[in-house]
Design a binder for this molecule. Sequence first.
Ligand code: GRG
Length: 306
Amino acid sequence: MTGLQYLHYQAERVERALETLLPPEQAVPSLIHQAMRYSALGGGKRLRAALTLGAAEAIGGQAAGDAALPAAAAIEMIHAYSLVHDDLPCMDDDDFRRGRPTNHRVFGEGMAVLAGDALLTHAFAVLADLPRLSGIPSGTALRVLQTVAEAAGTQGLIGGQVADLLAERGGTVAGLEDPATLLAFIHRHKTGALFRACLQVGAQIGGASAEQLTAVTTFAEHFGLAFQIVDDILDVVGEAEKTGKATGRDVARGKLTYPALLGLDASRARAESSIRAAKEALSHVGPAEAVQPLFSLADFVLSRDF
Ligand code: GRG
């Protein structure tokens, strides 16, 4: 299976899981549930879900993949929250996401803030319910909760977003004065932390050994860096009809990115070497046929144009 085929296969599964795990649209107050469902359903590559399920299946087989489905859906809720907030006028102020108007353009700013908050909160309610939803032992569910909470917090997504905001238009961040160090910090936290959590959560549900957990973490770190470098490159050379969001925004905002720091060719070479390192780490996770989907997702990162 190619990475794209695997993504489509897992995207369908996670879409169905999200349909049932999200609050129904009719539940009062209906508007917030409409806003949550608008951004969590019907779009996105579902890369984070596919990585979570791919890690669970690589280590624990199909049964572990099935058990990881609600956790994969919860991680997609958190990803959707981060995009809703990232698009707000007080953040990146974007009008399009996933090929349609951003949440605040449809529901207004106040409702978009609340929809993001509600997606984040609801994700943790789902994770706390994993023993009932998937038959996962409570101890594993607690470890999963902690992994995701750390990735979403100030040592993860939020920490990265703070550094990104401070760095805009050449601003400095205390303790991260060197631009290359600052850029690596932003990517490792803002983008990498959630990818790391996906692989770790899948591995935890799959019953990974300490060595396997280390190996998937190494895979995730290289994968996350390559993903973000390619994302930065697509902002320069990509097509909005394919990416589903406006391009050229990083330059317009004076953002610190790999293309801005190194140029396009060196950025591409950096992404390729990161994907090579990510693939190497997979040999410590399991036999070739078990890790094939993760391998193909790594290839997808380099070939994607959306
Ligand atoms: C804003 C208060 C507040 C907190 C959230 C916004 C935020 C913290 C973090 C930023 C998240 C973000 C936008 C990271 C960039 C990562 C990235 C390139 C996301 C796009 O991922 P894709 O391409 O998106 O996988 P799809 O739409 O395919 O799911």
